[in-house]
Ligand binder design. Structure first.
Ligand code: MN
Length: 221
């Protein structure tokens, strides 16, 4: 079973599903040439796409434009359906820094041809995640700087308060579409500044007060 480290604990967080939010920061929607007035939406990655802090990620096949997206990740600790926004924090076990790795060229091609996004988003090792930090006394932070560096050069810099749907709204919306279950992870979308990486690059995502996720891109397998 796929699992993720929990900060300060020996036991690990078993992963059931990985959901991701598309288009949750206005500036990123603009840089992607999409309509920011439309609602964010969800897609999935397979659970075994998880890789943890310090991992080497081989440059994937079938792309010439492999990109990073820093994201806040929510870890569901208590399942439910039609969860109210006010109740959402009670369903979240903890939060983590994650990276939604993307075959951008293939994703855009799929968008143009009206095909599923899977090939662009849901591939091996496409879901790096740092250790999950349990919520302190059920407190769900609604602000916090997030950033991503490639080889120590800043590429993304924003705040989770810039999200169109905040964390509680995301849990509420998603729980109307699927029954949430303990073990589900939700990548909450990325801000502007996405871009490509190549073999040899070191990618470090950070969310203030939460933690970091570091991966190295290596040669194609
Ligand atoms: Mn994303």
């Amino acid at each position: 079973m796929v699992s993720v480290a929990i900060q300060g604990e020996d036991k690990r967080f078993p992963v059931r599903r990985i959901y991701c939010v598309g288009r949750n920061y206005a500036e990123h929607i603009r840089e992607m040439g999409a309509d920011e007035r439309e609602n964010p939406f969800f897609f999935q990655k397979p659970a075994d796409a998880i890789v943890e802090d310090g991992a080497a990620v081989a440059y994937p096949p079938f792309t010439k434009d492999f990109q990073y997206e820093i994201e806040l990740v929510l870890a569901i600790g208590k399942g439910g359906v039609e969860i109210a926004v006010e109740d959402a924090a009670n369903h979240i076990f903890g939060i983590a820094a994650g990276i939604d790795l993307t075959r951008r060229d293939v994703q855009i091609q799929a968008r143009k041809t009206g095909r599923p996004w899977e090939i662009g988003k849901s591939f091996d090792a496409s879901a790096p995640i740092g250790a999950i930090v349990p919520l302190k006394e059920g407190f769900l932070p609604d602000k916090g700087a997030l950033s991503l560096r490639v080889n120590d050069e800043i590429r993304q810099k924003a705040d989770i308060s810039d999200m169109i749907w905040n964390s509680a709204e995301i849990v509420s919306q998603l729980s109307r579409q699927y029954a949430l279950v303990a073990g589900d992870l939700i990548y909450t979308g990325t801000p502007a500044g996405v871009g490509p990486v190549v073999p040899g690059d070191e990618v470090v995502g950070e969310i203030k007060g939460v933690g970091t996720i570091r991966v190295t891109i290596t040669d194609p397998r």
